[in-house]
Design a protein around this ligand. Sequence first.
Ligand code: FE2
Length: 423
Amino acid sequence: MRTVIDLLLRNAVLPRTTAPVDLAVAGGVLVPAEGQEARETLDLGGRLVTPPLVEPHIHLDAVLTEGQPRPNVSGSLFEGIAVWADRVPDLTHDDVQARVRKVLRWQLANGVQTVRSHVDVCDPQLTALRALVELREEVRGVIDLQLVAFPQQGILGFPDGKALMEKAVDLGADVVGGIPHYELTREDGVASVEFLMALADDRGLLVDVHCDETDDEHSRFVEVMAAETIRRGMAGRVTASHTTAMHSYNAAYAHRLITNIKRSGMHMVTNPLDNAVLQGRFDTGPIRRGHTRVKQLQAAGVTVAIGHDSVMDPWYPLGYGDPLQAAFVLAHLGHMSGAEELPRLIDMITVDAATALALPENRLRPGDPADLVVYDAPTDVDALRLVARRTLVLRGGRVLARTEPARTTVTWDGVEEEVTFLR
Ligand code: FE2
């Protein structure tokens, strides 16, 4: 007897292809589409479909606080940290949850279904972390939230820093963070990495460290992370974020470091939006771009994902939580405009970001969960070029977000014509 499946998506275009295919959903997973009869059929009209977007790096506790308690006048990283330190005492449970709920909805509308958020734990009350642990349960089944215990002001350099990290893990942080380049000395930076790696290893947790987010070519803590990852056998569980100093390393050192990163099985996250405005601040010209060595890392076989980092906070006053916007910026700042490189940028916000977060693979093959995103664009490169809106977001075959495509007309010589921005 023939069974009727739940949903048939007609005319979907997958990444790196142009010919439309059909996708079929039964019981929340993808099944072979050929000859299927479905209760509901949607014609996607030749639009791009990708696996869900994954946000590997954001600071949800700080979102939408731009201007509070005062604006970041210089726009610099260090003024941003000072402004944030003055905002932390005003954090309340409801304040954090209200701002985060709003941005999670923005992210969901953009197709994001997993979010790794760093949460500042340099707060004796751990107000933000408690609020986010609660919210993680509230949004389960819609967005998967991974929480990083992130010591914004250091572990050794902040009063009771080690105890706060341990308490954060006890409260339910999924990932152990750090900021070695911000510790008081090089030795403290090394000790902070050794401490946080041991903490994660002992508790069976993941690691994601803000590492070498500076233009100082002598900031070299990623090598310590790689060494600890190798010694502890933590391949696949450790991510280094930002790593902007790598931009300024000499070629011989960068080569040795990238070789060891590959050997360790670490992942990398680059944050082009924030680092485009925060790095090179001490340069008077030429001004360095201050991004990590994305293409060299990828050529060595290291997974590199793109993070958004901030949405309207003391470090970055712009953004609406769309990874595609960050990918668009990296295409420029990372010289990733080559024909093979543009589709790679879509990988970096979907499948590569999933790898960086140790998530199961979803390639939209039969058997994969029916978690997917439809773009108002016919190909991956057009989606990137137009920073195209997501028209449909499905999770387990259920519609979680919908956007009506915009329709634009131009009147020229008295004739009104539609403009699609497609050639
Ligand atoms: Fe960050």
